[in-house]
Design a protein around this ligand. Sequence first.
Ligand code: GDP
Length: 198
Amino acid sequence: INYQTARFLISAPRLALCPPDTGAEVAFAGRSNAGKSSAINTLTRQKALARTSKTPGRTQLINFFTLANDEAYRLVDLPGYGFAKVPDQVKLEWQRHLSEYLYQREALRGLMLVMDVRHPLSEFDQMMLGWADEKAMPVHILLTKADKLKPGAAKSSLLAVRRQLAEWEDLVSVQLFSALKRQGVDEACARMDAWLCA
Ligand code: GDP
C-alpha cells in the first residue's frame, strides 16, 4: 500500500459515529507528546495530515484517513493524552471510548502503539496493551524519537521493551523509529501492509 495516498475522511467523537465497520483499518495510539502525529505524518510523507493538539482535556476525536482513495482501507488516529493533566471524568470518558473502539471495531486489524523511546510502557501504554491482549489484537510498537539517543542506548531500550513483552511475542512486535531521521519507515509500513492486505 502506498501510504502517501492517505487522505482525511472524517472525525468521530465516539464509536457510534465512526464510518461503517467494514473493510480494514490500522489504528495509531500513543500517550500525548509521544510523537504519534509526527509518526503518522512521516509514514504518509505528509506535513500535516495528523495535527497535534497541545490542549489536554479538550474534546478528543477519532480521525479516519482513507488509503488509495478507497474507503475500505483506512488509517485511524486515536488521540492520547497526558494522564496527569486531564480531569478524572474526561479520563474515564475517553477510556470508555477507546476501549469500546478496541473491543468492538471489527475492521480493526492491528494497533500501532507509539512510545517515546526514552519513556516506554507508560500507564497509558500498559492500559492499551491490556485491552489489545484481551481481544488478541496484534500490536506493533514504534519506539520513536530514536534519534534522541545514541545508537547503543536506543538498541538497549528496544531490547528491554522486547524482554518485558516477551510473554506476548506472538501478538506484540517492537521497532525503533525516528520521524526526524525517517528511521524505521519501511519496517513500519511492512507491518501495516501485512495487517491490511491479509
Ligand atoms: P503527539 O502528541 O504524540 O502527536 O506528538 P507529536 O508528534 O506532536 O510530537 C511531540 C514532540 O516531539 C514535537 O515537538 C515533535 O517535534 C517531537 N518529535 C516527534 N517525533 C520525533 C522524532 O522522531 N525525533 C525528534 N527528535 N523529535 C520528535
